[in-house]
Design a protein around this ligand. Structure first.
Ligand code: MF3
Ligand code: CO
Length: 262
């Protein structure tokens, strides 16, 4: 991940391609969300995502992805349950009534990537879990509201951290949002915390994947032996929402938002 490099500005025609790939991501995530219920395995969700990718003639952004010496990511979908924060590998795990499950998904089309995530209830969840989902989603919404030309990069993380901490939660610090385009992960690194008014100014044509990860307990992370799945060190619940967002002349356009999605 070359997060130190300059932030790419997409041309008009590149933005057309990014809109397309992001729309597929948003639509497929909606389909996958409908499949979440008690008794479904995380592997079944991944296979449904594989089929949607094939049917639409797009390419997985995740399968085979291998940043910084990690083993190749083996699936097209990340499925992270309860205390799993991100990058859960789908498999035989059966979803239970009362779980919360994060679905993180990305595809490319014409060489441009889209990336989005939602956390949804499995069956019925209690009010405390629902509050975690609401607050994390609000963190993403607040981040997007602050995004416009002339704003500074650290303004994004600042509003995310403030909202999560006001609710009594913490934000994960070792993972962050990122630029996105020809690469799934481009510059800049976009932490979900920090002081406002720092870093580069946002400019039209920049595209960012913003992805708050919020824990009920502390922010510390433990990695599972599969080298991908990140869980909360204290076993507390964690939620994750993400959109791919274009900076426009007068604000921000949520490229992975389709009718009915988060
Ligand atoms: N939204 C996740 C991220 O930006 C996607 C990870 S893709 C994976 O970290 F292939 F690395 F799992
Ligand atoms: Co991402």
């Amino acid at each position: 991940m070359a997060f130190g490099e300059r932030i790419s500005i997409k041309t008009r025609s590149e933005i057309v391609s990014m809109r397309e790939s992001a729309r597929h991501v948003g639509e497929i995530l909606l389909e996958l969300r409908e499949l979440v219920r008690p008794g479904v395995t995380t592997g079944e969700l991944d296979r449904a995502a594989e089929k949607a990718i094939k049917d639409r003639g797009v390419t997985s952004s995740f399968k085979g992805y291998a940043p910084h010496d990690l083993p190749h990511y083996p699936a097209v979908l990340c499925v992270s349950v309860n205390d799993e924060i991100v990058h859960g590998i789908p498999g035989p795990r059966v979803l239970d009534d009362g779980d919360i499950v994060s679905l993180d998904f990305g595809v490319s089309l014409d060489g441009f990537h889209g990336d989005s995530a939602i956390t949804v209830p499995v069956g019925r969840i209690d009010a405390e879990k629902q509050r975690l989902l609401n607050v994390t989603r609000e963190c993403l919404d607040l981040a997007i509201e602050t995004m416009a030309p002339g704003k500074r990069l650290s303004d994004i993380g600042h509003v995310v951290e403030r909202h999560a901490e006001d609710a009594g939660y913490s934000v994960v610090r070792v993972f962050a949002g990122h630029g996105i385009g020809r690469q799934l992960h481009e510059a800049p690194w976009i932490p979900n915390y920090g002081r406002p008014g720092r870093g580069p100014r946002l400019m039209p044509g920049m595209v960012f994947a913003i992805e708050p990860m919020v824990d009920v307990g502390g922010p510390d992370v433990r990695m599972l032996d599969d080298e991908w799945t990140a869980v909360t060190a204290d076993g507390s619940l964690s939620a994750h929402f993400e959109h791919t967002i274009l900076i426009t002349d007068d604000g921000a356009d949520i490229l992975t938002r389709v009718s009915g999605s988060h």
